[in-house]
Design a binder for this molecule. Structure first.
Ligand SMILES: O=C[C@H](O)COP(=O)(O)O
Length: 254
């Protein structure tokens, strides 16, 4: 079991400087709950501003290019994200895979680029509703991870996995706790096969319609080490409800 629960807010394509007050409020409140690690991934345009605004929480990017520099209009390299204040990058999110046609091979290259630059990686995986209905969810998710991860490396120092069933993202629908636990157990098994006992330290987040109301039940599951939160990370009030649920869970376990 990883040391502290990790609650990460992914602002997606939301946020202007007016939202810095939300980041500040999240940061200040999180300082009173040090048993929980909290981070935000704002859009590229706000990484530097959020980094300057906060004292405690981590700041990350939502994507990076697989190359270090060059003629790639509109793209951002891992080193640029790091320079702006990011300490991690979310890679392989289903919205990148769907909207930008990102393949497992490209995501593998991006993971390598992020590591080379010194960024931690939150690697996303998740099945569609059709894949789950066909009984292919686990094979699909494990296949995504195998395709994107290096085989001989101690990943626990830089890797976080986020399991996000596509059909649960932004829909208000959440898998059963049994289904979440089964998938997280399977992911832990794969990481252990790949990286040995150190895989116990790799955090596996759940993402998909996490809110204050369902966070405690999800975070209490075996092999769920935190949450990747979209919509409910856009206001301090909603996001902190999840942070507080994680903190209360830690208090109960203590
Ligand atoms: O990255 C976050 C996930 O896609 C979850 O988004 P959501 O909390 O809005 O369902």
């Amino acid at each position: 079991m990883a040391e502290r629960p990790y609650i990460v807010g992914n602002w997606k394509m939301n946020g202007t400087r007016a939202m810095l007050s939300e980041a500040r409020a999240i940061d200040r409140a999180s300082q009173r709950h040090m048993k929980v690690e909290v981070a935000l991934a704002p859009p590229f345009t706000l990484i530097h501003a959020v980094h300057r605004e906060v004292e405690q929480i981590g700041v990350g990017a939502q994507d990076c290019h697989a190359l270090t520099e060059g003629a790639h209009t509109g793209d951002i390299s891992a080193a640029m994200a790091l320079d702006a204040g990011a300490k991690f990058v979310i890679l392989g999110h289903s919205e990148r895979r769907t909207n930008h046609g990102e393949s497992d091979a490209l995501i593998r290259d991006k993971v390598a680029a992020a590591r080379e630059a010194g960024l931690q990686v939150i690697l996303c995986c998740g099945e569609s509703e059709a894949q789950r209905d066909a009984g292919e969810a686990e094979a699909h998710v494990l296949g995504q991870l195998k395709a994107a991860l290096p085989e001989s490396d101690n990943a626990s120092e830089w890797l976080t996995v986020a399991y996000e069933p596509i059909w649960a993202i932004g829909t208000g629908r959440v898998p059963t706790t049994d289904d979440i636990a089964a998938m997280h157990g399977a992911i832990r098994g794969l990481l252990t096969d790949m990286y040995g006992d150190a895989a116990a330290e790799t955090r596996i987040l759940y993402g998909g319609s996490v809110k204050a109301e369902n966070a405690a039940a999800i975070l209490a599951l075996a092999d769920v080490d935190g949450a990747l939160v979209g919509g409910a990370s856009l206001t301090a009030e909603a996001f902190l409800g999840i942070v507080y649920a994680a903190a209360e869970g830690e208090d109960e376990r203590a």
